[in-house]
Design a protein around this ligand. Structure first.
Ligand code: TYM
Length: 333
C-alpha cells in the first residue's frame, strides 16, 4: 500500500529541536521510503491565528522551506508548498466547520493553553485552528500524519470530522481516516529550563530551546545552562521517569544518536551531569550545525526556495481542487 503522508509546520520563526525531533526528522525518514507520497506544508494560514509581522512572516515561510531542505527532505520526491496558495484549504475548512461540533472544539487543550486566561480576546481562527488542520489532511486522502505528541488531540478531532461527514452524507470512505505517526519516546521534547514544560517557540527565554539556526557556542552554552537535578544519572527507566530534566536530556541524546533510552542510560548511569552534558553538546553540534549552516546558505537563494513552493503549489492544488469539486457534489452545491 502506498502511504500518503501529510504534515504541516507553522512559519512562525524559531524552529527548534522539538520541531526537528518530534516532526521534521520523521518527515525525512518517510521521504526516504521509496513508496510513500509525501506532502509537507508550510501552514501560513495557521500562523496568522496569532498576530504576525507581514515582512517577518514572508521570511519565516522561506526559512521553513529552507529548514525542510536542510534537514534532508528532497523537494523532487516530496511536495512542499504553502497552505495559503491552495485556496481549497480555506474552502474545505469552512465546509468542515459546519460538520465539526462546538462541543468537540471546546475540549481542545491547545486552544485553552494558547488563549490563556483572556480567551475572549483570542481570534476565532485560533479557536477553529484544528478544523483547518483537518481540511489540510483530508483534502489529500492522507493515510499517515507524522506529528509530535501535542497534536494528538487535533488528529483525533480530524478523524471524528471525517467520520461524521462520511456518515452524514452517506459517502462511506470518501474522507480517509488518517493514522497519527507519533514516535512514542521522543514525541515531546521539553524546555531546557523546565522538564515539565514543552519546548516551544513562544517561550520568552531563548535558553529554553535549541533553535535550528543556533551556532556552536550558543548550543554549548544552552546545554551548559540547561536545568538538571543534583543526583548522578540513574541506571533504570523507572528512576529516569521520576526526573523530568534528566529524562528530557537523555531523550534528546537517544533520539539524536538513534539509541534506545536504555542504551543511553547504560552509557551514562552513575556519571554526573557535566560529563553527560559535554557528550550531549558534542552530539547536538554534530547533528544540528550542518543543518543550521545549510539553512543560512539556502536563505541567500530566494529564487530557489520560491521555485520549490511554486512547483509544490501546482502539484498540491491539482489534488486539492479535485477533492473540493467532489465535496461540492456531495453536499449539493
Ligand atoms: P507547529 O508548527 O506548532 O509544530 C510543528 C511540528 O512540531 C511538533 N512539535 C514538537 N514535537 C516534540 N516536542 C516539542 N516540544 C514540539 N513542539 C512542536 C508538532 O507536534 C508538529 O508536528 N498544528 C500543527 C501544524 C499543522 C499540521 C497540519 C500538522 C497544520 N496542519 C496537518 C499535521 C497535519 C503544529 O503544531 O505546528
Amino acid at each position: 500500500m502506498v502511504k500518503k503522508i501529510f504534515s504541516g509546520v507553522q512559519p512562525s520563526g524559531n524552529l527548534h529541536l522539538g520541531n526537528y525531533l518530534g516532526a521534521i526528522k520523521n518527515f525525512v525518514e518517510l521521504n526516504n521510503e521509496e513508496k510513500n507520497r509525501c506532502i509537507f506544508c508550510v501552514v501560513d494560514l495557521h500562523a496568522i491565528t496569532v498576530s504576525q509581522d507581514p515582512k517577518q512572516l514572508k521570511n519565516n515561510i522561506r526559512e521553513t522551506v529552507a529548514t525542510f531542505i536542510a534537514s534532508g527532505i528532497d523537494p523532487k520526491k516530496s511536495i512542499i508548498f504553502n497552505q495559503s496558495k491552495v485556496s481549497a484549504h480555506s474552502e474545505a475548512a469552512w465546509i468542515l466547520s459546519c460538520t465539526a461540533r462546538l462541543g468537540w472544539l471546546n475540549r481542545m487543550t491547545q486552544f485553552k493553553e494558547k488563549a490563556g486566561k483572556d480567551k475572549e480576546k483570542a481570534s476565532i481562527g485560533l479557536y477553529s485552528y484544528p478544523v483547518l488542520m483537518a481540511a489540510d489532511i483530508l483534502l489529500y486522502d492522507s493515510t499517515h500524519v507524522p506529528v509530535g505528541n501535542d497534536q494528538k488531540q487535533h488528529l483525533e478531532l480530524c478523524r471524528d470530522i471525517a467520520q461524521k461527514f462520511n456518515n452524514d452524507f452517506k459517502v462511506d470512505d470518501f474522507f480517509k481516516i488518517p493514522e497519527p505517526l507519533i514516535k512514542k519516546e521522543f514525541s515531546r521534547i521539553m524546555s531546557l529550563k523546565d522538564g515539565l514544560k514543552k519546548m516551544s517557540k513562544s517561550e520568552i527565554s531563548d535558553l529554553s530551546r535549541i533553535n535550528l539556526t543556533d551556532d556552536k557556542d550558543t548550543i554549548a552554552n544552552k546545554i551548559k545552562k540547561a536545568k538538571t537535578d543534583a543526583l548522578p544519572l540513574p541506571s533504570t527507566i523507572e528512576e529516569l521517569e521520576k526526573r523530568p530534566e534528566a529524562k528530557n536530556l537523555i531523550g534528546i541524546y537517544s533520539s539524536l544518536s538513534g539509541l534506545t533510552l536504555e542504551n543511553s542510560l547504560n552509557e551514562f548511569s552513575g556519571k554526573n551531569f557535566s560529563n553527560f552534558k559535554e557528550n550531549l553538546s558534542q552530539l547536538l553540534i554534530e547533528k544540528i550545525i550542518p543543518i543550521s549552516l545549510r539553512i543560512k546558505e539556502l536563505l541567500n537563494d530566494h529564487n530557489y526556495l520560491d521555485s520549490i513552493l511554486t512547483d509544490g503549489y501546482k502539484k498540491a492544488d491539482k489534488i486539492a481542487s479535485e477533492k473540493v469539486k467532489k465535496i461540492h457534489e456531495i453536499i449539493g452545491f
